[in-house]
Write a protein that binds this ligand. Structure first.
Ligand code: ZN
Length: 208
């Protein structure tokens, strides 16, 4: 589930995409065991690749921003590591964006952590990052399959895209009530860095 809404936010022209895939070959889908390309034609590679993999999702913008930072770190790697560098998998898990790469260093792990943390308060459906009047992030989470939504998308999600006052039913009200809106938190996130765990205050929040 990636909350696909079919609206692509950052598209690249064909020539730009070809250039990007040449410069960053890890964007091309490959079998992670054999290294063989998944698609046969250039047209398929242009349409289906890591850059476009979250197109239309609420997380498209954070994914593409993450990638642009990953490009910078990739450029610093030595040729041997570059050659074997791959993105093994990207997915939503427990309401956060997970990205697994074949090689990591401090900077790359840090980026993966940032992506995961920022995704937790980014609506998976529309990409909004709602805040309260104090500037703190507020997000609605579905229970069961945990996913972050802004309030509007959350309502749509639990009512099958057909939410209105008239159609509001008791179970929907109850569910809205049950779901936790994060209003007060004395820290913004947990930040993991190898063996240490530090808390970062709102004032220290970085952004992509
Ligand atoms: Zn939303």
């Amino acid at each position: 589930m990636n909350g696909n809404t079919k609206e692509i936010k950052y598209t690249l022209a064909r020539e730009e995409m070809i250039e990007l895939l040449e410069k960053y070959p890890f964007l091309v889908y490959r079998n992670i065991y054999s290294g063989e390309k998944t698609h046969d034609t250039l047209d398929e590679d242009i349409e289906y690749n890591e850059w476009t993999s979250w197109d239309g999702s609420g997380w498209e913008h954070i994914w593409k921003r993450y990638l642009t930072y990953l490009f910078i770190e990739y450029d610093k790697l030595n040729e041997k590591i570059k050659k074997d560098f791959m993105i093994f998998e990207t997915k939503e898990k427990y309401g956060s964006f997970r990205c697994y790469t074949s090689f990591g260093n401090k900077e790359i792990f840090e980026l993966e952590n940032k992506l995961g943390m920022i995704s937790k308060w980014t609506c998976i459906r529309c990409g909004k990052q709602p805040k309260n009047s104090k500037g703190q992030h507020i997000i609605w989470r579905t229970t069961g399959w945990i996913c972050p939504y802004c309030k509007e998308c959350f309502k749509k999600e639990i009512s099958g895209n057909d939410w209105s006052k008239k159609k509001e039913r008791k179970w929907q009200k109850d569910m809205l009530q049950e779901c936790k809106e994060v209003k007060k938190r004395d820290f913004a996130m947990l930040h993991y860095d190898y063996n240490t765990e530090t808390r970062i205050s709102y004032g220290d929040l970085w952004d992509f």
